[in-house]
Design a protein around this ligand. Structure first.
Ligand SMILES: Nc1ncnc2c1ncn2[C@@H]1O[C@H](COP(=O)(O)OP(=O)(O)O)[C@@H](O)[C@H]1O
Ligand SMILES: [Mg+2]
Length: 257
């Protein structure tokens, strides 16, 4: 098997993912993500997006093949600050009494000085628009603030790769727009699992589609998400902004006689 590509931040090579050895959720995944690349991960419920994230983050052991981050194989349970997983449910991630304690938790484990921790935490809070809420109990944050608190807790580790699991779920339009602006400004490689295909289109030049245990497509976002038969075959719809329209009256081509 060839070694990891030195210009990849993430290398998956014939990777199989699953919770029990005899029933893999995903088989034979081979793809890589380059530094700073923003990639959408699309697939129906149960396709294995979250399971893949847990495998890349070293929570779920690899069933077969290999996964490497920054050229080093992922070992379950080994602390890898270069990878940050942002959970779908903020409540699964936030666990300290106050926002500042939560965001500072990771850097404290890096053994940094108090001054360095404070600087990192304040920078992450500012980037995520959470300055002033430092002492707020995490359960008193709004849904959008909780989501951004999770992202702050990831960013504060200065990761090279962020795995975002359905980041826009349950956000209102204003919070969703704020999230898109924040994620779009990030220099890290992002792998974004989402059913919000318009968000994926805005943020990700490349999309990977998974379904029925396999990668079904991996290519330019507009090409993949604009392929009506591919989308239909995998329980998706072409996003509205890629749907052809007839002149005046906002008539969708797919609905016209
Ligand atoms: N903790 C778990 N234990 C056992 N099976 C799980 C667990 N989490 C998810 N699964 C199973 O793995 C499969 C993929 O689920 P998941 O990765 O959550 O998909 P997605 O995130 O794409 O909706 C499903 O069949 C699901 O039931
Ligand atoms: Mg999921």
């Amino acid at each position: 098997m060839a070694g990891p590509d030195p210009v990849s931040v993430l290398d998956c090579d014939a990777l199989s993912v699953g919770w029990t050895a005899h029933a893999p959720v995903l088989c034979d995944l081979t793809f890589r993500i380059t530094p700073g690349e923003h990639v959408g991960l699309v697939g129906p419920n149960g396709a294995g997006k979250t399971s893949l994230f847990h495998t890349i983050a070293g929570v779920l052991p690899v069933l077969a093949g290999r996964v490497a981050v920054q050229g080093r194989a992922v070992v379950p349970g080994q602390f890898r600050p270069e990878t940050a997983l942002v959970f779908q449910q903020a409540e699964d991630q936030l666990f300290c009494p106050t926002l500042i304690e939560d965001v500072a938790f990771g850097p404290r484990n890096l053994g940094l000085s108090d001054a360095a921790i404070t600087a990192r935490v304040q920078a992450a809070l500012a980037l995520c628009g959470l300055t002033g809420l430092e002492n707020r109990p995490v359960h008193h944050l709004s849904g959008g603030e909780k989501r951004r608190a999770c992202i702050a807790g990831a960013l504060v580790m200065q990761p090279d790769l962020m795995l975002l699991d359905e980041p826009s779920a349950a956000l209102d339009m204003r919070q969703r727009r704020r999230l898109i602006t924040l994620l779009g400004s990030m220099k890290q490689a992002l792998l974004i699992a989402s059913h919000d295909l318009e968000l994926v289109l805005e943020l990700c030049p490349r999309v990977i589609v998974i379904d029925q245990s396999r990668i079904c497509a991996d290519g330019p976002a507009r090409q993949v998400l604009g392929d009506a038969s591919l989308m239909a075959a995998h329980g998706q719809e072409v996003p509205h902004s890629l749907t052809p329209h007839h002149g005046a009256g906002h008539v969708h081509v797919r609905n016209s006689p």
